[in-house]
Design a protein around this ligand. Structure first.
Ligand SMILES: Nc1nc2c(c(=O)[nH]1)N[C@H]1C(S)=C(S)[C@@H](COP(=O)(O)O)O[C@H]1N2
Ligand SMILES: [Mo]
Length: 213
């Protein structure tokens, strides 16, 4: 299927789900599996039909917007920052969840401190090498489990899962985590990302099944 047709199909699916009333509907659920989710032990791949091939030596991460110190980090500079490991659960809006994903990389808070955003910067806009984008309120990014990850289960993040570096925001549906991440922009006003303009929820809370806007 072509990239355009694939995106169109996914967008139609979001519209249909919305018409069926599958929007925010808080329900009691277990402690760990959010409502409407099924546990998987595999690791499905979701992308736009493109998996860009970025050799680490050509990779860079641009940090800009309302910040005192805009910068672009090379692979070496990124790895010179403090590295952390975090184990978290992964919830995809298409109803699969995966437990105990061990991600390694740089905490979002480390990048935040590095560039020193202005107080007006309350929103974050992520861009990717495949043309993807997504947006998240700054407060959600400052949780200590939010990472720009370069390793999964002790090995480099594979190309299909968004290597060389991808964003992980465990408390939100996984589309809020940009694979193949290329840029992080700090903004005063919210700006909708790729799926957010196509009917996906802006807030994306798995615990209230906040799937479609
Ligand atoms: N750059 C980019 N990031 C992306 C996507 C994408 O298509 N491109 N898909 C999102 C969606 S919808 C999900 S569920 C997760 C899937 O990550 P996975 O392929 O490692 O399971 O990545 C998110 N990040
Ligand atoms: Mo997804």
């Amino acid at each position: 299927m072509s990239k355009e047709r694939y995106i169109e199909a996914k967008q139609k699916w979001a519209e249909k789900q919305k018409a069926r009333g599958v929007t925010a509907r808080a329900e009691p659920s277990g402690d760990r599996l959010p409502p409407g989710q099924k546990l998987t032990t595999g690791f499905p791949v979701l992308d736009l039909g493109v998996q860009p091939d970025i050799p680490p030596e050509q990779w860079s991460l641009k940090l800009d917007g309302l910040v005192a110190q805009p910068t672009s980090l090379s692979w070496g500079q990124f790895h010179a920052l403090p590295q952390v490991d975090d184990v978290s659960d992964f919830h995809c809006v298409t109803t699969w969840s995966k437990y105990d994903c061990r991600w390694g990389g740089v905490a979002f808070t480390t990048l935040y401190e590095l560039v020193q955003p202005a107080p007006e910067a309350q929103f974050v806009y992520f861009t990717s090498f495949d043309g993807y984008s997504t947006n998240v309120p700054l407060t959600a990014c400052l949780d200590d489990d939010v990472l720009v990850a370069t390793s999964f289960d002790g090995a480099p993040v594979s190309r299909e899962h968004g290597g060389p570096a991808r964003v992980i925001i465990p408390k939100l549906y996984a589309w809020k985590g940009a694979k193949f991440v290329s840029g992080i922009t700090f903004l005063a006003e919210d700006k909708l990302g790729f799926w957010e303009v196509r009917g996906y929820s802006n807030t994306a809370d798995p615990w209230t099944e906040d799937r479609y806007a």
